[in-house]
Design a protein around this ligand. Sequence first.
Ligand code: ZN
Length: 122
Amino acid sequence: MDKRIRIGDDIDLMCKRCGEQTTHRAVAVSAEGKLLKLLCNTCGTYRKPAPSKASKKRAGSVTQAPVIPAGKAALAYDASCHFNLGDVLSHPRYGLGQVMSVLGHKITVQFNIGQKVFIHRS
Ligand SMILES: [Zn+2]
């Protein structure tokens, strides 16, 4: 369906006020042919077309989760084990994390909840 909508076009839509599908007239259309405003011919209510799901903003969904490299096996955290930079480890309390830095016997691990410092066998 590539028919562009023009002002004055009749569109059958569900009208909340009428509670049924009624004929709506396009009263405002953008330059791209996108429907901006409709008028129900039955009850005379102006309404905006339902927003498309694709344009829904995903703000606030930014996650701090570490990017676990594909195919990398998570090692169970154990203070007696040695970890290298970039290793993925599984902690009983914090879940999956990635080693962000190794300094002597200390490793900094990025988890979903933030960074934690652990000891390991250096
Ligand atoms: Zn209506």
